[in-house]
Design a binder for this molecule. Structure first.
Ligand code: MG
Length: 384
């Protein structure tokens, strides 16, 4: 029985992880859960999965939660400290992080420091502090297993191969809802348009990121840290999201991982790795799909993608700044404070205004993150 500590249980990854746990009651057990502020769903999850420890980040809602699950034998904690205690819960064999945004960094570090293997869906952890996170993982002899479908695909394609034999990683992108939009059309994109992803059903932040292709940019950085910063990563738009990514090896042979676009597949792999369990999810029906298409990405229509590639090229605190600026800009777009086009322009300005510093300790990342949030907010206020 593998005991799992789950961070971000009410988000899209969290809900899917619990669905996977439920499918294998004899294999997995949830021992600790954390969420941000969705009390009602969290209370239902606690009732169903009976964790020993549960953390609600929003401490103003703790009383409501205690009321809802007061009859159960569960310890309730809150705030950043509470989330950290879920990440380092002694009973857990594995920590799954489905936290959204850079809030996932400190819990991920706590899990690694506690010697836990980490199934990571929170890409920001590696985007903003990849270098430090990997050092910490090596020091504690823990493994980071990617859940992001593309990185799970690369991880699976690499199974049994040597990273030195990789020629390049081919990271696939769906292209999002605006794949065929003209530059002109993209100027009048609304929140409703951007929240409508063709293939994947996800949270609001990542859906907007998919539409701007910032999500692919963050995944580009994530892939660099997971598989080697020296390995070239090529991005290719593959609208059907059937091939989740590929590796070209030095002999020009390409290994691709394919499957239905359902996050429960990579989540299950992360939980069962290095084994595979039987699944009753639907098989991929290739004849009904018919065609798989591929095209080069367009950096003019998707400037966020280029910004992310530039960010990891410069390195240091720039990826953390890119990420924080993006989080604030996306929030402002969802709140209709800025236009769709402003998202990339504001991020570009914040990156330009930042003086990068080398990453020596976590505080360097946190400082850059905070600086970028303030700078972005300032620019949004001026633009508004
Ligand atoms: Mg992905």
């Amino acid at each position: 029985m593998k005991k799992i500590s789950l961070l971000g249980s009410t988000g899209s990854i969290g809900v899917n992880t619990l669905d996977v746990v439920e499918r294998y009651p004899e294999k997995f057990q949830v021992c600790a859960l954390s969420t941000g502020s969705n009390v009602e769903l969290f209370a239902n999850q606690i009732r169903k999965f009976k964790p020993a420890l549960a953390a609600l980040y929003d401490s103003t809602k703790v009383d409501v939660l205690k009321e809802l699950v007061g009859d159960l034998d569960v310890e309730i904690v809150s705030g950043q400290e509470g989330t950290i205690s879920i990440a380092s819960f002694p009973d857990a064999d594995m920590v799954v992080s489905g936290v959204v945004g850079s809030a996932g960094l400190l819990p991920a570090i706590a899990a690694i420091k506690a010697g836990k293997n980490l199934a990571l869906a929170n890409k920001e952890t590696l985007v903003i502090a990849g270098e430090l996170v990997l050092k910490e993982a090596a020091r504690n002899n823990t493994q980071i297993i990617p859940i992001d479908s593309e990185h799970s695909a690369i991880f699976q394609a690499l199974n049994g191969e040597k990273t030195e034999r990789i020629k390049k990683i081919i990271l696939t992108a769906s292209g999002g809802p605006f794949r065929n939009f003209t530059l002109k059309q993209m100027e009048s994109v609304t929140v409703k348009d951007a929240l409508n992803h063709p293939n994947w059903s996800m949270g609001a932040k990542i859906t907007i990121d998919s539409s701007t292709m910032m999500n692919k940019g963050l995944e580009y950085i994530e892939a660099k840290w997971l598989f080697g910063t020296e390995i070239p990563v090529e991005i290719i738009v593959h609208a059907q999201s059937i091939i989740h990514s590929m590796i070209e090896f030095v002999d020009t042979s390409i290994i691709a991982q394919m499957g239905i676009p359902d996050m429960r597949v990579p989540i299950t792999y992360a939980l069962t790795y290095p084994d595979r369990y039987e699944s009753d999810l639907p098989s991929l029906d290739l004849s009904s799909i018919g065609n798989l298409t591929f095209e080069a990405p367009d950096f003019d229509r998707f400037p966020c993608l280029k910004l992310a590639m530039d960010a990891i090229e410069t390195g240091q605190t720039i990826p953390a700044v890119l990420n924080a600026a993006n989080e604030i800009a996306v929030r402002a777009f969802l709140d209709e404070l800025i236009t769709y086009k402003d998202i990339s322009e504001i991020i570009r300005m914040v990156m330009y205004n930042h003086r990068p510093v080398p990453l020596q300790e976590m505080q360097d990342v946190l400082d850059a993150d905070l600086w970028a949030r303030e700078e972005t907010t300032k620019l949004i206020t001026v633009a508004h």
